[in-house]
Write a protein that binds this ligand. Structure first.
Ligand code: HEC
Ligand code: HEC
Length: 352
């Protein structure tokens, strides 16, 4: 063997050894990161149904129809899907939603996807659960326009085709069309709206489900302290926190109006500027950001979080990595959400 060849072979062997060692180190890093992540976050469950709020097929099918049906609202032109649009991942892409009679809602519409994972509903946490949210939306000034539940049930009763699906969903009840049951039916449908993402595959052990950049972003998300608030199955949705821990939030967001947060509901000064920490699942698909939609891009939202929650100016490269990680939280839409159902016929009689 020629001398150069021997030297060349030695070099190649060394290079391969170095590569193997660094690969092993990477694998060890990967395993450590996965372990850290598994301690902080959980993959999606199969269903968000509970014994009290079961996702029976009859309730889910009825709830899906009611969710997409605009006919029961004041002027017959607004449905849940108006502000929670499937094509926009369950949001409306507006800073603040526009509802019945063009009334502008004071806050941004969060997505309905995976919403059942959150410990309470709404930015202020003033709705206990999905069913409570619906019951109050049935008489909400933006989402319904009706003065009382009786006005809503009268409109639904007037759509003959609803009689049978209500009977099937609530078989043991003499008068099944009630606002409580509408809440249970729409709630049951919402409890099926899960969006499995690459991050869920990662949490189940497939480290390659995240790109190297997204894995760096995950590491930053943990070490920078984002995960101290955005954790659990929803990557958020588990607690209340002040928006603006180190600096008033509106200085960073440029919010034209100042929302006092949960204080508006409890009147407790300790709740000033306190909001539910939102789930970050599908955040890449649901701009604009924050309770008032004051920030247009995810990069900017991450920057604002670094500044007002953690007191840090995050370097652009780090923001890019975190945004890559957040992109891996974008999941697959359920087929029952992608398309709207055919709605029950109102041909027999019309009540308005
Ligand atoms: C006019 C637009 C509009 C309509 C119509 C509407 N919503 Fe919403 N939705 C919103 C806004 C805005 C919020 C945030 C309210 C708040 O936090 O104060 C919201 C919040 C929610 C939430 C809480 C999500 C979370 O993460 O906190 C759920 C669930 C929800 N809506 C479901 C529904 C259902 C079901 C219907 C139909 C019965 C409906 N919405 C009708 C705009 C709308
Ligand atoms: C001290 C708790 C806390 C920490 C730490 C924190 N957040 Fe947040 N985050 C919140 C709260 C509360 C909100 C809701 C603010 C609002 O709109 O009122 C929020 C909102 C967001 C939003 C907007 C979501 C939406 O749908 O509008 C993003 C994105 C976000 N956080 C990412 C991050 C990132 C990335 C980090 C780390 C750099 C981080 N957060 C650190 C509490 C926190």
């Amino acid at each position: 063997m020629k001398r150069e060849t021997v030297a060349g072979t030695a070099m190649l062997v060394t290079a391969l050894l170095v590569a193997a060692v660094s690969e092993r180190l990477h694998a060890e890093d990967d395993a450590a990161l996965l372990k850290q992540a598994q301690a902080l976050f959980k993959p999606l469950p199969q269903t968000m149904g509970t014994p009290d709020f079961p996702t029976t097929p009859a309730r889910v099918a009825l709830g899906r129809m009611l969710f997409f049906d605009p006919r029961w609202t004041l002027e017959g032109n607004v449905s849940c899907a108006t502000c929670h649009q499937p094509a926009l991942y369950g949001t409306d892409a507006l800073a603040k939603s526009i509802g019945v009679q063009h009334r502008t809602h004071p806050r941004n519409a969060p997505t309905v996807l995976n919403a059942g994972l959150s410990f309470v509903q709404h930015w202020w946490g003033d709705r206990k659960n999905l069913e409570d949210q619906v019951e109050q939306a049935l008489i909400g000034v933006f989402s319904s326009g009706h003065p009382d539940p009786a006005a809503v049930t009268a409109r639904i009763e007037a759509i003959e085709g609803y009689a049978s699906p209500f009977r099937q969903a609530f078989a043991d009840e003499a008068k099944p069309i009630t606002s409580v049951n509408i809440g249970k039916a729409i709630g049951a449908y919402e409890r099926t709206l899960l969006t499995p993402s690459p991050f869920d595959a990662y949490l189940r052990g497939d480290t390659r489900a995240l790109s190297p950049m997204a894995r760096s972003g995950l590491q930053r998300f943990i070490t920078r302290g984002c995960a101290s608030c955005h954790d659990g199955t929803g990557i958020g949705g588990q607690m209340f926190q002040k928006f603006g821990v180190v600096e008033e939030y509106w200085k960073a967001t440029g919010s034209p109006e100042i929302d006092k947060g949960r204080f508006g509901f409890t009147k407790d000064p300790a709740d000033l500027y306190v909001f539910k920490v939102p789930s970050l699942r599908n955040a890449a698909m649901t701009p604009p950001y924050f309770h008032d939609g004051s920030v247009a891009t995810l990069d900017e939202a991450v920057k604002v979080m670094g500044r007002v929650q953690l007191g840090r100016t995050l370097p652009d490269a780090e923001i890019g990595e975190i945004v890559a990680f957040l992109g891996a939280l974008t999941g697959t839409l359920p087929a029952s959400f992608v398309s709207a159902p055919t709605l029950p016929s109102a041909a027999v009689k019309r009540g308005w």
